[in-house]
Write a protein that binds this ligand. Structure first.
Ligand SMILES: [Zn+2]
Length: 274
């Protein structure tokens, strides 16, 4: 195929797959490149591979706590969406919450609700409410589709092309890598690429509401970040701080937003917070 034909083919593929939708969590028009029903199964496969390559902690109190908090945050997401006229938004999600033995101070949520906490973050989370603050933030990134928005134009082309070729020929190793890039997994599995400042701020705000609707005290989110700051000694843990917003801005924002997160929770009949 010559260059011109190739460009036309890419263009056609993108037009075919792209559709504009309003993201319920951000209220922004986002370009949905590939439907969830097509892209999420690829994410699930990658998640399983990650679990296979790492030591998943099972049968401990901590492992159970990650699942308990995860289920409550997932339920809060569903309640919020249903109440706001977006029931069915999570129909292709297959929530899963795993604790992985690793000293890294990190946690992440892949699109489709696939969550990993590293044991290294637990001392900073400190308790169930701290875990909920982290979980709310990570799930918010996934729900707001920040992963897809982070892709460059070149990656968009790749993913559009991959979706087409997957439909025709099944999933190759190379396909998996490109999809991984689309989700921000980077070249190493489970190492998330940083989000932009606006995405971080958005995830903080949405995450705070999710934790409150799930029955966790949103006032504790600011305290979590104080501990994160004390632990980091000026150095940012991989996903969380990604250099911005600064810890202090983040703590100030979370403190300012906590009352409105509680007000949001009250709409769902949640009036006490643990
Ligand atoms: Zn984040």
């Amino acid at each position: 195929m010559n260059t011109r034909k190739r460009v036309l083919a890419w263009g056609a593929a993108i037009l075919l797959l792209a559709s504009c939708a309003t993201n319920p969590f951000t209220g922004k028009k986002t370009l949905a490149l590939v439907p969830n029903s097509q892209i999420l199964p690829m994410a699930f496969q990658q998640y399983n591979q990650f679990l296979g390559d790492n030591k998943v902690v099972t049968g401990t109190r901590d492992a159970q706590l990650i699942k308990t908090v995860g289920q409550r945050i997932a339920k809060a997401s569903e309640r919020w969406l249903n109440a706001n006229g977006y029931s069915g938004y999570l129909k292709d999600y297959k929530w899963e919450y795993n604790l992985v033995e690793d000293k890294t101070v990190n946690a992440w949520c892949m699109p489709g609700g696939k969550i990993v906490f590293y044991t290294g973050i637990l001392p900073i989370a400190q308790n169930e409410t701290g875990i909920a603050a982290i979980m709310g933030h990570e799930v918010a990134h996934a729900l707001a589709n920040h992963g897809q928005q982070r892709m460059s134009a070149g990656q968009i082309q790749q993913v559009a092309g991959v979706a087409t070729s997957v439909a025709m020929s099944g999933k190759s190793q190379e396909t998996q890598q490109i999809i991984g890039t689309a989700f921000g997994l980077g070249t190493q599995f489970g190492v998330m690429l940083p989000f932009s400042r606006s995405h971080e701020t958005e995830a903080d705000k949405i995450g705070l509401q999710l934790m409150a609707i799930a029955g966790y005290n949103p006032d504790e989110a600011a305290n979590l970040w104080r501990r994160m700051k004390a632990n980091s000694g000026g150095q940012a843990p991989p996903e969380f701080m990604s250099t911005h917003p600064s810890n202090d801005t983040r703590i100030a924002n979370l403190t300012k937003w906590a009352p409105s997160a509680k007000a949001e929770a009250r709409k769902f009949g949640v009036t006490t917070f643990k």
